[in-house]
Design a protein around this ligand. Structure first.
Ligand SMILES: *[C@@H]1O[C@H](CO)[C@@H](O)[C@H](O)[C@H]1NC(C)=O
Ligand SMILES: *[C@@H]1O[C@H](CO)[C@@H](O)[C@H](O)[C@H]1NC(C)=O
Ligand SMILES: *[C@@H]1O[C@H](CO)[C@@H](O)[C@H](O)[C@H]1NC(C)=O
Ligand SMILES: *[C@@H]1O[C@H](CO)[C@@H](O)[C@H](O)[C@H]1NC(C)=O
Length: 429
């Protein structure tokens, strides 16, 4: 806390030092992410057989007990006939007739970290793939219909930068049917609000990379190193989520640095902080349970729906898919063909935790199991085609693999599919 206060007071001195600090924070972030990806290289061997978590169907709509008298109604559902198909099991097919759903230049809301064409990406193949589930098809996205359903309502995405990507994709999918004068987007600290005025609807994003309170909660200045998460603190952010009609949570990226998590008991304001180390999976389970409990206490499930998006995979190490060394998502233009492909083993252990928590959950949280279908998409990352936070060095420029971002995704692209899945689950649960 002291160093943080020291930093922030010196920040005020000049705008320039603030700028430099922000750059450094982001450089640290990217270095850490890449470092993380490389550690998996060495952990690959330890991959173990883990028992299969529950299927998405088993997760879905576990109605609370004691509702025998009235038939369950699911908010937003258009039909009660259950979709007899696992939407998350399927394959990527080439489809020039319906893809991309929108053009990059048509959507002014995409942040410059995700506009790959603008930043010189030479190929566009990643925009033309459509997800085809094995047993059925995704509902095609109708923006007018969705906005009608959102009339007078609030939809909110809560989580990290990957959830922000999905949020922006949702805005891009919706905004085209709203005239210029009747929409706006504003950011206030952790909260970004898109307004569709004629519909009296808002679609919002709330930055909370751990869901719980942490020392990484500042939307601009956040540090992955020395990250500390406070136990039992979900209401700190949760009070800003109350009243949302549709909530979409995610959290994953910030938990997986390969190091143990620092968990704070007590408050960040205390002089002597009571911090314990926890295994990543145990800390993650604690956060998931807090989220479920928060939903149980604060969400009126007669009128609202809650979604949870599973882990977004990264492709920082080509050893995982081709056995070749020194590569990553850079220069990848095709998806992985192996249907059984799954990157790092740590994602299995987190998936297992999610399965366990949701199987015991008394509240119906719709699970968007996007991990497997995204695992195939080594071609869909922003790679080097994004706004850089700092000028690149000659050494970096000579070796693009060294600075490729294999965590985030180009828009339009993969994350539009996550929203098609969300759309289908919303109206056809
Ligand atoms: C989209 O939804 C609107 C509003 O429900 C409807 O009038 C329109 O026909 C739909 N468009 C398509 C292509 O289904
Ligand atoms: C707009 O929606 C909010 C809920 O988000 C509601 O409280 C308010 O009454 C609505 N206003 C109008 C004019 O419909
Ligand atoms: C990109 O990949 C192609 C093969 O797919 C290879 O021929 C080419 O040399 C690679 N380019 C760079 C800059 O690595
Ligand atoms: C999500 O999907 C993957 C791949 O289809 C599966 O292995 C995993 O068990 C699913 N997770 C849950 C919690 O259902």
């Amino acid at each position: 806390m002291k160093t943080q206060q020291h930093i922030s007071s010196s920040l005020r001195k000049t705008k320039i030092s603030f700028y430099i600090f922000t750059l450094l924070a982001f450089i640290f972030f990217i270095i850490l992410l890449l470092g993380q990806d490389f550690t998996f290289l060495f952990r690959q061997q330890q991959q173990q057989q883990l028992s299969q978590p529950l299927s998405p169907q088993q997760q879905l709509l576990q109605q609370e007990g004691g509702q025998e008298e009235t038939p369950p109604t699911i908010p937003f559902a258009e039909t009660m006939s259950e979709l007899e198909c696992d939407l998350f099991s399927g394959k990527w097919v080439w489809d020039e007739s319906t893809r991309p759903i929108y053009e990059e230049w048509e959507c002014p809301y995409i942040q410059p970290q995700l506009t790959c064409q603008k930043h010189g990406r030479p190929d566009r193949d990643y925009q033309f793939l459509r997800w085809q589930p094995h047993g059925c098809s995704l509902q095609s996205f109708n923006a007018t219909f969705m906005l009608e359903k959102l009339r007078g309502k609030k939809m909110m995405f809560v989580g990290d930068s990957l959830n922000r990507g999905q949020y922006v994709s949702m805005i891009c999918l919706l905004h085209r049917v709203i005239p210029e004068h009747a929409k706006s987007m504003e950011t206030f600290d952790s909260l970004t609000v898109f307004r569709a005025e004629e519909y009296n609807a808002t679609i919002e994003f709330y930055w909370a990379p751990f869901l719980l309170e942490s020392n990484s909660d500042n939307a601009i200045i956040h540090r992955v190193t020395e990250r500390i998460v406070r136990k039992g603190s979900i209401n700190k952010h949760g009070r800003y989520w109350e009243g949302a009609d549709i909530l979409v949570f995610n959290t994953y990226l910030w938990w997986i640095t390969g190091m143990k998590m620092n968990i704070l008991r007590g408050s960040f304001d205390e002089e002597r902080k009571d911090i314990v180390e926890m295994e990543t999976e145990d800390a993650y389970r604690m956060a998931m349970k807090s989220m479920v409990k928060w939903v149980q206490r604060n969400v009126d499930l007669q009128k609202s729906r809650v979604f949870f998006t599973s882990m977004s995979p990264s492709h920082g190490n080509s050893v995982e898919w081709e056995g070749g060394p020194n590569g990553n998502c850079y220069n990848q233009t095709t998806p992985i063909e192996d249907p059984a492909y799954w990157g790092t083993s740590s994602r299995r252990s987190i998936m297992k935790v999610i399965g366990e928590v949701f199987s015991k959950s008394a509240v119906p949280i719709t699970f968007l199991n996007i991990t497997q279908l995204s695992e195939y998409r080594k071609d869909a990352h922003t790679s080097i085609y994004k706004k850089q936070w700092s000028p690149l060095t000659p050494e970096q420029l000579a070796n693009p693999v060294s600075y490729a971002d294999c965590v985030h995704w180009c828009l339009p692209g993969l994350q539009d599919t996550w929203n098609e899945l969300l759309y289908t689950k919303l109206f056809r649960p």
